[in-house]
Design a protein around this ligand. Sequence first.
Ligand SMILES: Nc1ncnc2c1ncn2[C@@H]1O[C@H](COP(=O)(O)OP(=O)(O)OP(=O)(O)O)[C@@H](O)[C@H]1O
Length: 338
Amino acid sequence: MPDAPPLADPAALDRAMDAFAALAPALPLAVAFSGGADSSALLLACAARWPGQVQAWHVHHGLQAAADDFERHCAAVCARLQVPLRVQRVDARAAPGQSPEAVARARRYEAFEVLASTDQARAAIKTVVIAQHADDQAETVLLALSRGAGLPGLAAMPARWRRGGLVYARPLLDVPAPAIRAWLRARGDDWVEDPSNADERYTRNRIRARLLPVLQELFPAFRATFARSAAHAAQAQDILAEVAAQDLAACGQPPRLAALRQLGPARRANVLRHWLMAAHGQTPTQAQLAALQVQIEACTTRGHRIDLKLGQGRVRRVGEVLQWQAEPAGAAGTSARR
Ligand SMILES: Nc1ncnc2c1ncn2[C@@H]1O[C@H](COP(=O)(O)OP(=O)(O)OP(=O)(O)O)[C@@H](O)[C@H]1O
């Protein structure tokens, strides 16, 4: 029999699981289990590796008629594997203007926190594993590029992070999607296909269906090379975050205008973004930040006034410092005068 093509090599999943196990994740762990191919493979691999130490967590999004079928499928798989299944129902309907995928993701992480804090799990689960793979990572990089994202977006998905007292991990992040399906087929295991994954109204699905095959043809190593670029971006972003924290400590909170003016424009933009996000949860647009920079540089006299719309509020000069204040809904306008 000819060698399996490396792209669909089932052993890639076993190697990834060996690497994850070598990190000695805190046990017992929960697998975020949608019933799809990727999380089915992750659940099977974890259950085989850590018998009796694995739970499956399923979030019922209530978005599609098929959601009940997903839950039934998950229950059947877990019964067969003798893995406890915990289901959390959420209302993941998106409001007008919200991204349905982003809302579903946000509700999912809230659901995980609920599951982690309820009695059966409180004393136990410390690690939650999610089944995103190398194709998902490449799609995330492409989505970030398509939006003109900065380093935080280009850094794409981390392999491991902490949130709300839990460690989350993505053990399959280096495994190509075809290798996961090949692994399942080799074992004779099945999964449910989420019909929304084929819906080309979603940009991610268009990237998967149309762009990845072309990339595979032109740059067969694109999964690894995109992941390397994402890792470089993540590392650079860590440095920027550290520098921003140091600069904010030096400028004070709220930041002093004179101290901000001492910084070069890129470094000043970095600290302003950090201040607005850390202190006020605001993400300025590129244009808002550029307008603020112009005003800070021009602000050399006592009488110079700064009053700019920024995020959900306004940035104003108050004495020698900048202040951000939330703006009542409906208020608008931009001004900055000497
Ligand atoms: N309803 C859900 N309940 C629990 N975990 C989920 C759910 N939906 C997604 N996840 C987790 O988030 C990961 C990424 O979600 P995504 O929507 O990209 O995958 P999917 O298409 O649902 O299916 P899969 O990754 O299982 O093939 C999944 O691999 C899974 O670990």
